[in-house]
Ligand binder design. Structure first.
Ligand code: SAM
Length: 171
């Protein structure tokens, strides 16, 4: 996925939550543009070490170039309140077998993203959040399969409880 235009101070938590949400819902990694932020890389590294998987994080200085390059091999989905409602396009997106780059914005997203995207998709036509939009989109795309994902090499594992917290060391 691609998180457009990260600002270190203002977006610290939201961008970290975009990364953690995309990791938990099975994305392979997150590119982000805007300010390079070592704190984000540290957060992802620590979560991978504890909770497993090989989620990647990479800063990209030229996000439009990334999107153009991605389109040579795959498809681009831009989440925006101005796009077509998810229920109208989700079947077509699921049927498409090519690798997907999901883009969420931050501050104003340049018009070119809307042109380059294969799908501009809205999760309701109301303004809310990149984290909320991403979670709903990925849940629908995966049809709930995120609940069964395994994260290889995890040091910790949650043992689900009706009440309270239980975490096991796996090694
Ligand atoms: N006016 C913006 C828009 O184009 O959706 C809302 C800005 S919001 C703070 C930041 C990002 O959250 C947007 O760029 C978009 O990726 C995502 N987002 C917010 N509301 C959304 C919605 N209803 N549907 C899809 N994505 C949304």
């Amino acid at each position: 996925m691609l998180r457009f235009s990260h600002r270190v101070e203002r977006d610290k938590r939201v961008t970290a939550h975009v990364a953690l949400t995309s990791r938990a819902f099975g994305c392979r990694g997150m590119y982000y543009s805007g300010d390079a932020d070592p704190g984000l890389h540290r957060t992802v590294r620590e979560v991978n070490e504890r909770w497993g998987g090989e989620f990647l994080i990479q800063h990209v200085p030229e996000p439009l170039q990334l999107v153009r390059e991605w389109k040579r091999k795959g498809k681009v989905i831009h989440l925006t309140m101005y796009g077509l409602p998810l229920p109208q396009v989700i079947d077509e997106i699921r049927r498409d077998g090519l690798p997907k780059l999901v883009v969420v914005g931050g501050e104003k997203v340049p018009a070119e993203f809307f042109q380059l995207a294969d799908w501009n998709v809205s999760i309701t036509c109301q303004p809310h959040s990149e984290v909320g939009a991403l979670a709903v989109f990925l849940h629908e795309l995966l049809e709930g399969r995120e609940f069964g994902l395994e994260f290889k090499g995890a040091r910790l594992r949650v043992v689900p409880q009706a009440r309270g917290k239980r975490v096991e060391e796996t090694r």
